[in-house]
Design a protein around this ligand. Structure first.
Ligand SMILES: Nc1ncnc2c1ncn2[C@@H]1O[C@H](COP(=O)(O)OP(=O)(O)OP(=O)(O)O)[C@@H](O)[C@H]1O
Length: 870
């Protein structure tokens, strides 16, 4: 394309000829010609000057030549001047043009590169389109397959969800079931058979729950992988770093990486956490592992990823945003509290680090980062890998846990790198050891929970570390690549797994070897600049997720189990012995009960008999009183008659002129009194058939019959009692107060039970027993024993006391109400366990003895008083 320049010269806008630009070529040619002419002229002038000098002597004949030459010379000079001018113009023009040319050249260059780029782009687009078409067909078929898989998974998911909901219901019911079982156990504590049945049911239920729970975890895979992406930090945001990770399908566990220069890659994990996910959300999915540890499974949780992606943040966290380490221990203590009474746990924590391929105990006092400490080695004992000599801090609450975690964190080796100001320069490992014992079945477990914050994988060139940091980075990378080898070997099910290639893999052998449940946190950065490392970490994590380790094993503590089995046997034997004892006691109690029953019966008989006797006694007493009254009246008449006779006799003997004297009856002689007494006594004893004695004068009643008066006529008795005569002792036949009035009863031989009772009371004296069994009461009526018996009988009758042995009531009540203790009713006896019942029996017997003695004492006292009164 040609364009006319303002100077009137023509030039090319774009013209390329073998790397040489020809622009304004006519000017260039002119300039060249001018230069040539100038050089020719100056050559000729200089040759002329050399030949003739500056002012040559010109001969005359050569004058015309000279003039011609001069003319020529002048014309040449003029020509030269003109040419010089032209040349100058041409140079200027040339400069301008070359400048323009240069600019044109530059724009041409740019256009050329643009063209090349565009043509390449078109080529690549064509290639991409072709690839896309192929890809599309591949995707279509993959999509079809995935659809099928998805349908299948949907079914699986429904199945798992139903199981999970069942399990969740189980969990919800668990506490209520436990409470019910415990209350049921309390209710049936006496019934050993039911208790063992309940225990069996409970153990079965617990086993079922655990199995269900493990199935859920196992369905989700043994090594579970969670992916967490950190947010861009302030520096990155201010720099305007772009993000290459897409979390659109994070809920489905999918993650998309769009790295520049490579294809969009999709990764699938068990859970994907975007930068917005907080520590609580992370732990929500991790907490079921705490239950597994307490159920006796080994669990390993580790964080893997590029340096500065938040491994330490996830595992340790900060004071305000606590990490997995703290939260899982908190969860452990919560479950331990929930299971209190059924299971007993002992928890201890160790903290160690693998630094430059050496194991350091971070809880050892004086342990400083970087300071050479005691060398610790990994040993294998009974198939379990452990580090002998490691400090195991026993923890019983969260305060202690926090203290231990802080001690470990402070002692850990940390350094600053280009990628992280506080980069971990070692693998930090927390080992939580849990010893559990089932208080019902006696089963013991010994499980471990490994919490590992791996050092970050780093590119030495990128982090630009030197010296110690470089050495650390090399050993970190070496151990991580050993971990990669182990994972590869496990993924390919290789017969040899190189666990011993590094301290880290050697320590993790139990966790990665298939006996435990493992969870991996793969930490990534969203930054475009870290895309290569992110892809690397995600590929590694995908491989880990593909590993099939098989079902985890419960870590049963055989030694503890053996011990508890022995203890169980011993306890069983003890229970058997105690059962026998209880049986014997129950037999003894039954025997006592029957004895008490028979005693009750005999007491009832005796009471009836006593009642009978009392009524008989009352009738007889009435009769006797009537008899005595008539006798007294008769005696009184006799006395009057005697007095009359006396008076008559004295009248006849002392003549009629002597005035009659007031007759004062002479005091009866001892003989007379005795006669009267004997008469009365005879009247009382022998009945009214015998002749009555002469009656004493009324004033001498008190003298003659004080007891009788007092007894039968209280008013009269009182009157006589005030007279001085009353104070005198009367020498009469000493007669007991009541017995004197009682006609001798026709005593039947006493029934054997009464005798036993009296003998038991220690009151029956030989004469009484003789009287009772044989010859009647007459001779022995005054004996203390007889008096006491009669007083007992009388009092019991008067008070209408029905003697009922407390044990009888006790036992009867107990027998009818065997299950009433817990309802707050009676039946205390029934509530007491068999051995308690025996103790109660013994106590009751003692109490009875005490009561009996007290009664005896009272009876003794009252008997003695009565004797004294009499
Ligand atoms: N999810 C997150 N939310 C907020 N901040 C985070 C998150 N993850 C990481 N960080 C921050 O990123 C920084 C680096 O994190 P951290 O030290 O945990 O990384 P790292 O992977 O342990 O590094 P290294 O391997 O070097 O030890 C810290 O300042 C941390 O607070």
């Amino acid at each position: 394309m040609f364009e006319t320049l303002p100077s009137g010269r023509r030039t090319f806008d774009v013209f390329i000829q073998e790397e040489k630009v020809v622009s304004g070529i006519d000017i260039y040619a002119k300039a060249v010609t001018a230069k040539k002419i100038e050089s020719q002229v100056s050559k000729r002038i200089s040759s002329y000057l050399a030949k003739y000098g500056e002012s040559p002597q010109i001969p005359e004949e050569k004058g015309s030549d000279y003039a011609r030459l001069q003319q020529n010379y002048n014309s040449l000079k003029d020509e030269n001047e003109r040419i010089k001018r032209d040349l100058e113009d041409a140079r200027k023009e040339k400069e301008l043009t070359s400048k323009e040319c240069h600019e044109a050249w530059m724009s041409l260059q740019e256009l050329q590169t643009e063209l090349m780029r565009k043509s390449m782009h078109v080529g690549s687009l064509a290639f991409a389109v072709e690839g896309q078409v192929k890809e599309k067909t591949r995707w279509c078929s993959a999509l079809r397959e995935l659809n099928e898989k998805f349908e299948f998974l949907k079914l699986e998911h429904a199945k798992v969800s139903s199981e999970a909901s069942k399990y969740r219901n189980c969990l919800a019911d668990m506490s209520s079931i436990t409470a019910t079982i415990q209350s049921a156990m309390n209710d049936h504590s006496s019934s050993g058979k039911e208790l063992t049945e309940l225990q069996k049911k409970f153990v079965k239920e617990t086993k079922g729950r655990k199995e269900l729970y493990n199935r859920i975890l196992e369905l989700k895979g043994n090594i579970r992988v969670f992916c967490r992406c950190r947010p861009l930090n302030q520096e990155e945001v201010s720099k305007g770093d772009s993000v290459v990770v897409d979390f659109e399908f994070a809920k489905d566990g999918e993650l998309v990486v769009r790295a520049p220069g490579s294809q969009r890659k999709v990764f699938k994990f068990d859970s994907v956490f975007s930068p917005q996910a907080d520590q609580e959300m992370i732990f929500e999915n991790t907490s079921p592992f705490a239950t597994s540890v307490l159920d006796g499974y080994n669990v390993c949780i580790f964080a893997y990823g590029q340096t500065g992606t938040g491994k330490t943040f996830t595992m340790e966290g900060t004071k305000d945003a606590r990490g997995v380490n703290y939260r899982i221990l908190e969860e452990l203590f919560r479950i331990v509290k929930e299971r209190q009474g059924l299971l007993e746990y002992e928890i201890s924590v160790s903290v160690l680090e693998v630094y430059n391929e050496q194991i350091r105990d971070l809880l050892l006092s004086g342990s400083q980062p970087g300071v050479a400490a005691k060398r610790l080695e990994i040993k294998q004992v009974a198939g379990v890998h452990h580090v002998p000599g490691l400090v195991e801090a026993r923890v019983s609450n969260m305060n202690e846990v926090w203290e231990v975690l802080q001690t470990g964190t402070n002692a850990r080796a940390v350094g600053a790198t280009n990628c992280n100001e506080h980069s971990s320069r070692s693998h930090c490992i927390h080992c939580v050891m849990v010893k559990g014992q089932n208080l019902i079945s006696g089963e013991c477990t010994r499980s471990k929970l490994w919490l590992i914050d791996l050092a970050g994988s780093e590119r030495v060139a990128k982090t630009d570390v030197q010296g110690d940091r470089l050495k650390e980075a090399q050993s970190i990378n070496k151990s991580l690549s050993a971990l990669g080898d182990v994972i590869s070997a496990l993924a390919t099910k290789s017969p040899h797994i190189p666990f011993r290639n590094s301290k880290l893999t050697h320590l993790l052998q139990d966790s990665l070897g298939g006996d435990s449940k493992t969870l991996m946190f793969v930490q990534i950065s969203p930054k475009e600049n870290d895309a290569a490392e992110t892809l690397c970490s995600l590929n590694f994590a995908s491989r880990v997720r593909g590993i099939e380790l098989g079902p985890a094993k419960r870590q049963l503590d055989s030694s503890e189990a053996l011990k508890s089995r022995h203890m169980l046997e011993k306890a069983k034997q003890e229970i058997k012995g105690k059962d026998d004892q209880i049986k014997k006691m129950e037999e003894a109690a039954n025997c006592l009960e029957s004895r008490i029953k028979s005693k009750d019966v005999s007491i009832k008989h005796l009471q009836d008999r006593v009642k009978e006797l009392e009524s008989q006694l009352l009738i007889e007493r009435k009769l006797a009183r009537q008899h005595v009254d008539t006798r007294i009246a008769e005696t009184h008449h006799q006395l009057q008659r005697l007095q009359q006779q006396e008076r008559d006799l004295s009248a006849t003997s002392n003549n009629s002129n002597r005035p009659p004297l007031t007759v004062r009856p002479p005091p009866p002689s001892d003989n007379q009194v005795n006669v009267a007494d004997t008469a009365i006594a005879a009247a009382l004893t022998d009945g009214p058939t015998k002749s009555p004695p002469s009656s004493p004068p009324p004033d001498d009643y008190a003298r003659y019959f004080p007891a009788m008066l007092k007894e039968n006529k209280p008013a009269v008795g009182a009157r006589f009692a005030t007279s001085p005569a009353c104070n005198r002792r009367v020498s009469m036949v000493p007669a007991p107060r009541r017995e004197s009035l009682i006609p001798p009863p026709a005593v039947r031989p006493m029934e054997a039970p009464l005798l036993t009772l009296l003998a038991g009371a220690g009151e029956v004296s030989p004469p009484l027993s003789g009287a009772v069994t044989g010859g009647g009461l007459r001779g022995q009526a005054r004996s203390g024993g007889a008096r006491r018996i009669s007083s007992i009988l009388r009092r019991s009758l008067q008070k209408k006391v029905v003697i009922k042995p407390p044990l009888q009531q006790f036992v009867r009540r107990g027998a009818g109400q065997s299950n009433r203790e817990d309802k707050g009713g009676g039946g205390v006896y029934a509530a007491v366990p068999p051995w308690g019942r025996a103790r109660r029996l013994a106590e009751w017997e003692q109490q009875q003895q005490r009561l009996r003695k007290e009664k005896e004492r009272q009876w003794g006292i009252s008997g003695r008083r009565r004797q004294e009164t009499c």
